[in-house]
Design a protein around this ligand. Sequence first.
Ligand code: ADP
Ligand code: MG
Length: 348
Amino acid sequence: MSEITLGIIGGGQLGSMLAIAAKKLNIKAVIFCDDVNAPAKNFCNQFITGSYDNQEKISEFINQIDLVTYEFENIPFETLNEINKFKPVLPRPSVNRLVQHRLAEKDFVNKLNIRTTRYVSIEKKSDLEALEDFLPGILKTTTLGYDGKGQYPINSRKEINSLNIDFSKGYILEKLVKLKKEISIIITRFSNNRYEIYEPIENTHEDQILKYSKIPAKINEKIFNQSKDWAILIAEELKYVGTLCVEFFIDRNDNLYVNEIAPRVHNSGHLTINAFNVSQFENHVRAVCGLEQIPLKKLSNAKMMNLIGDQITHYRNIQKFNDNEFFFDYLKKDIKEKRKMGHITTLV
Ligand code: ADP
Ligand code: MG
């Protein structure tokens, strides 16, 4: 029986599902979160609240655990680096720092000869004026964005003048890809050339928030293979340990682009809980804790639907689901518009 205590920074649904996976493996989960009401409170062995730069609380956390992982990437690098002096942090803080910065991330991917959208760094409003060939485009903050937050579509030069945003932050302007489809690859890397990789997942966004995921993705064989090869190359190059997600765009000419890398378990992989012998969460815990690697087996095709805002209410009232339906309520305290409240996976 293992005696490992895993620290998890972040107490949202991803932290909850990591804690559930840890429990299954007899690993104790201690969550550190800045929100007293975070849902992961319901699923972990111990819950510590404090801001992500509260040294006293972080020391208390470090004393409780053997190693640390995290459920979201926007944790100050200094915090992860400081913790890493006392207990191992996996994925490594330097990986997190690279991937949480959209410019550094895209530069890294391009150096591997992997295609991304065209992009340019923007430091002030006037930088935008000579960039007609990047329009229509999307202006994004270089850090701290998620679920489409911090993103501003710009269709034409005319729209630049009316932009009312804070240029003390750094931005990146990306050319808009004429999307045919979006897919993601989830891969868990254990060590050199040892990884488990899930098949491509097809994703549909609404208002820049993920709404549906499904397997199998309807894509051609070339994209199927190329997306997997690129995800493996990225994970190996980062010497990554744990579960990583690569989000891709496919354009109308069937060109594949890496959109972004998430150094963590990912919403599009929720269906792995029911559709595979080992979920992305269990694989993450296995990899970071140095447990046995189990060959991945697909059990079923599946589709997942996110329940956003008050869409959850209907499902909370259902007494009995069909045998192929799996409903997850994240138990968030308040229902808010655009907030991911739960999901339902259907095996098909
Ligand atoms: P987030 O960090 O919020 O997930 P993304 O860069 O992944 O940010 O953007 C969210 C979604 O917005 C994407 O999944 C895609 O649907 C759309 N999007 C973002 N950038 C582009 C782009 N350059 N071209 C086309 N669609 C885009
Ligand atoms: Mg994204």
